[in-house]
Design a binder for this molecule. Sequence first.
Ligand SMILES: C[S@@+](CC[C@H](N)C(=O)[O-])C[C@H]1O[C@@H](n2cnc3c(N)ncnc32)[C@H](O)[C@@H]1O
Length: 299
Amino acid sequence: MVNFLKKEPKLFNGILSFNIENDETKKVVNFYKKTPFPNYKESDNRQSILIKGDKNFLASQFKSFIGHKKKILEVGCGTGQLSIYFAIGSNNEVVALDPTIDSLKLAQNFSKKNNVSNINFINADIFDDVLKNEYFDFIWCNGVLHHTKDPYFAFEILVKSLKKEGYILIGLYNKIGRLRTIFRRYVYKIFGSKILENIDPTLRNLKLDEDEKKAWIRDQYTHPIESLHTIDEVLNWFKKNNIKFISSIPSADFDFNYKDIFTPKSEGSYFSRLFNQFSMIFNSLGSDGGLFVLIGKKE
Ligand SMILES: C[S@@+](CC[C@H](N)C(=O)[O-])C[C@H]1O[C@@H](n2cnc3c(N)ncnc32)[C@H](O)[C@@H]1O
């Protein structure tokens, strides 16, 4: 038995695999099969993934906070770019799970070609609960649970595999902060994708190639399963599962210093949380799809 799994996998193309049986998950898999997310550029290599990861202020803080000889899990890793970033140049053991085998094949090919060996890919559905309990020091799950049939149940399963004193980062679409994207989705439905190049900040400001643009548009505007959440809802998930709140983006109170997201911050009040989520409609946090992030520590 593989040490981080509690069920016996099959080996498929060198990837530890489980059958994907659930109909909702199959829908999501079919969706990502067409345009695996995020896509690799022809020119991507160890160096370019490192540069991209270092530019991502959340991922780079996460990586330096982790330190060494730790066990890290990414759930919903897609093509594995972040997990590969966490693995490069470290002696950490990284496990990256996703139900979309087509995305994992890209991840596996990339890590083989670039000699990233401290990473294992698992083809599985989070709901199949295949991971060992209390095994990981860090769990990263960003932009995933809102694409599942039952985000809270998925969270409960995830938390089981986190060690005591371990950290978890959850990123979800915000009920208020995603309003701009929802508005653009209506515009897209009426006028088509051309107009998005002018009104979607990611398409307008980032230098994406055609494949990356296509993947972004499909992911943001045509996804078959999507739910919206709030900071208060996730705080409640944390409370029910013995997870202590560490920090959030946007902030839960009025401390907007995001340079030290692993230092415990105040949970603020219902009003401060509501105000900061509402502000996402007008500030840069809501321009990129309206994701919000909470970090917690298992007690
Ligand atoms: C928007 S992508 C995000 C990919 C990556 N986390 C990122 O931030 O770039 C959502 C990912 O969630 C995965 N996913 C969806 N349903 C899942 C499930 N039931 N179990 C595990 N992963 C799932 C999809 O296969 C997809 O790779």
